[in-house]
Design a binder for this molecule. Sequence first.
Ligand code: EPU
Length: 358
Amino acid sequence: MSTQSLVFSDQDLQARNTLGLPARAAVAVLDDESVIPALCAALAAGRNGQEADDPLFILGGGSNLVIEARPRHRILRVALRGIRLRDETASHWVVEAAAGEPWHGFVDHCLAQGWPGLENLALIPGTVGAAPVQNIGAYGLELDQRLHSVVAWDLRSGRERTLRPDECGFSYRDSVFKRDGAGRWLIVRVRFALPKAWASRLDYPDLRDHPGLRSEGGAPGSESGSLRPTPRQIFDAVCDIRRRKLPDPAVLGNAGSFFKNPVIGADQAAGLKQRFPDLRTYLQADGRVKLAAGWLIEQAGWKGRRLGPVGMHARQALVLVNHGGAQAADVLALAQAVRADVQARFGVELEQEPVVLD
Ligand code: EPU
């Protein structure tokens, strides 16, 4: 066990945020859970006025971030690693992964071990520890539907806690970890309950219609004309859809969807549908209606359009991209222009998804 405490040093963060924004800050790397009590003690001392430390920001893969050039926050980069089968019940595999594991590699590893259930969430950038913060979701599956528990340190109380899904306050792209701000919860491990009675999730149209999932594609055990793909085939199809639509951050800087899909009241949605018959609407369980932000942005004329060094992506208008040389201010100026145009045209407020690290 290491007794060494964390050391912060000035580091370049341009390669540590997927928008590729230039930034430098004081960074410490967390690769050993045993130093966390000392970190909590130092934070408590700071709160008691014994030391005036800058606030702390917990960084995962930097894929949901707009970072300023010189943030006032000190940054704790979570690099904890490890994946193991923690428990096996009659109905589930309980798999635990350390927060610093890259998400996509973790999903791939689970499939290789014969623990399916996360394949719809393939190729999402970022780390395992960030996944519950955002309650990541794609292609008909949200993380909270597969979560067993989250092991996290509450940096305010200095205590380690294990939170069950009902204690995490999950909703669409939201959780208690996000609402409480990026300096309170230090997620160290995430546990998943993967059902042994696996069933495919093919509700999402893009996925259902993917040619790789048709029985002619050779799904083992498939009946003529029916859909019975394997988890690996679904994983491959999701990767294929994402690669076609979404820019690779290693090639073109981006932070995935830049806005949430707005959820509005049924009356407002009905009024909009009358004026815009092509409006994409998804009825929610509570009677409200989710709209496709990408469609709204495209209709507002922003698809493929640039403002300075940034723009909205030509294949997915919801993704803001850095064409090279952008700073945080460029990103925020474009976001504001898009928001204003969507508001003027549709009367709908877009909420930004990435966190601003200042
Ligand atoms: N659309 C347009 N124009 C566009 C983009 C989309 O008209 O430029 C329309 C599409 O035709 C479709 C609808 O909007 O009818 C939805 O588009 P899509 O299937 O691409 O999904 P999305 O709602 O834009 C959400 C997530 C994605 C996730 C996909 C698939 C949010 C904010 N985003 O996007 O998440 O991959 O569904 O489930 O909920 C991410 O978070 O970074 C991300 C990519």
